[in-house]
Each structure stands twice: as structure tokens, then as C-alpha cells.
Write a protein that binds this ligand. Structure first.
Ligand code: 13P
Ligand code: ZN
Length: 272
């Protein structure tokens, strides 16, 4: 089967375009990776033409031999839907999880996203934490979440609590809360280590003054998670713009009642 005819590839392209339409991907901002299922690799393998091995820039031994879809570095989400072969790649990892090679895509040249170390280290953490259920790691630059990182202390508890309070469904969508990475130079191993450390606990990691990483099982859940967090952040920005303090909000006891009826466990550390 041709790569672009496969259902999972159509899902990937749709998600990238949805992110563009939300305004989360100015220029080449953001990146998207997907850990392919063995049967999906088998479906499209006849199209693969491996290029040379290149260092990942970190080591992900638990992902050795796996195949990923990854947006290209410097490529625009805006173009994914009209020039898919030029905008993203399928890559294969070597048997140590230290090198990758492009086996399809990026037809005009280029390399996978500069955030590949963060994506792959997050995938590795999630393979362990979810028994392989999570397959999608998504990085975007949504304006309202980024704005929050200029006015709130960069603490997991403060961000979790504010985002939960801004929309009743938030604690149901991300019951573990969100983590915050202080400002760091993007694109390298250090920020990948810091982010993947938070991904052991959360599905959402906010990069101060930069953007967000989210992790999820499939394209719908992962896009939906990004969308929910950013919508909540938008409400936060509106509330703060109207008044310095909230007149009323959802209380810790309200969250406990919600958790009981919706069958989720909310960490007590976020409820005092
Ligand atoms: P890439 O174009 O290399 O994916 O970088 C975009 C980005 O958002 C960096 O954080
Ligand atoms: Zn970025």
C-alpha cells in the first residue's frame, strides 16, 4: 500500500492540519511524532528506501528497532496537508536506540524535528508507564498557555490548579495534572531529560515561554488533550484580563465530588 493511502497516515496528516487551523503552529513551530504499530509498518514497508544512519542525540534503548512518523525540522504544519512527502518522514531506530535513519519522506531533503530527543525520550517513558498504549507525542505553541508562563510561578501545582479551575471537565481529561519545565534551550538532550522526567507523572508538560508537550494513545485523544489545556488557558487569560482576582471558583471539595462521580483519582497534593 502507498504510504499516503494508509489510514494511520491520514490520521497523522489530519491532526497536523487541525493544529495549524487552531493557530498553534506559526512558521515551523511545533512537531508531531507517532510510534507506528508493527502491522502499520508491514502495510507500507514496500515503499521504504533507507538513507544513512544519524545520531539521535540521546539514547532510547527501549525503542530500539521501532518506526516513527516525525515532522521535519524547519517544515511548516501548514504544508503537511498539501506537501506530505516533503513535510514529514518515517524513521527507523537502530538496535541500540542511538541512531535513526529516514526510510520514507522528507523528499526535498532535511531531517526530522530538532526536538527528536524530547519526542523519543517521552515515547520511551510512556512505553514503560502505559505498557505501550501511548503512541503520540505532540509539541505545539498555543498562545494562551505560553502567556500563563509569564504571570504564574512555574510550579506544577499552581498550573494544574489554575487549569483545572478554568473548566469543569479538565480534571477528568488530565487527572494527573500538568508539569512545568522552566525556560531551557530547546532542541537538545537536557530539555529532553527534564521533559521526560515530568512525563513519568503527567501527560502534559509545559515549556515556559515556549509551548507544550502532550502524550496520548491516539490522534483524537492527544489532539483533544492539547485542545482542552489551551481552551482552559484561554479562559484563564480572559478571567485575568477582566479582574485581578476570581470572585468564585471550583473548590477542593468540588473537585473531590467530581472525582467520585466521574471515577477519577485526583492527587491530594493538588487539592489543598
Ligand atoms: P522544528 O522545526 O525543528 O521541529 O522546531 C520547531 C519547534 O517548535 C522547536 O521547539
Ligand atoms: Zn517549539
Amino acid at each position: 500500500m502507498k504510504v499516503l493511502d494508509a489510514e494511520f497516515v491520514k490520521g497523522y496528516i489530519r491532526m497536523a492540519n487541525d493544529g495549524w487551523e487552531q493557530g498553534w503552529h506559526e512558521r515551523n513551530g511545533g512537531n508531531l511524532t507517532y510510534r507506528m504499530k508493527p502491522e502499520e509498518v508491514a502495510q507500507v514497508k514496500e515503499n521504504f528506501a533507507p538513507k544513512e544512519w544519524m545520531p539521535i542525540g540521546t539514547s532510547v534503548p527501549r525503542l530500539a528497532g521501532e518506526y516513527f512518523m516525525a515532522t521535519g525540522s524547519g517544515k511548516y504544519f501548514r504544508n503537511v496537508i498539501i506537501k506530505p512527502e516533503e513535510s514529514f518522514a518515517i524513521i527507523e531506530l537502530d538496535d541500540k536506540g542511538e541512531n535513526y535513519r529516514i526510510v520514507w519522506g522528507l523528499s526535498g531533503g532535511g531531517r526530522p524535528t530538532s526536538e527528536l530527543p524530547s519526542h523519543l525520550m517521552n515515547h520511551e517513558v510512556k512505553v514503560i508507564a502505559t505498557g505501550g498504549k501511548h503512541r503520540v507525542i505532540y509539541h505545539a505553541h498555543p498562545a494562551n498557555v505560553i502567556a500563563m508562563t509569564f504571570v504564574l510561578p512555574l510550579e506544577d501545582k499552581v498550573f494544574t490548579r489554575e487549569l483545572w479551575e478554568m473548566a469543569t471537565e479538565c480534571p477528568v481529561v488530565f487527572p494527573d495534572g500538568v508539569g512545568v519545565v522552566p525556560w531551557m534551550v530547546p532542541g537538545g538532550r537536557d530539555i529532553a531529560v527534564a521533559t521526560s522526567e515530568l512525563m513519568k507523572k503527567y501527560d502534559v508538560a509545559i515549556w515556559a515561554h515556549h509551548g507544550i508537550f502532550v502524550s496520548g494513545e491516539d490522534f483524537d485523544l492527544t489532539f483533544g488533550l492539547m485542545h482542552t489545556v489551551e481552551k482552559s488557558a484561554e479562559i484563564f487569560v480572559k478571567v485575568r484580563s477582566m479582574a485581578p482576582e476570581k470572585r468564585q471558583t471550583i473548590t477542593s471539595q468540588d473537585f473531590r465530588d467530581l472525582a467520585r462521580d466521574f471515577n477519577v483519582t485526583l492527587p491530594e497534593e493538588f487539592l489543598d
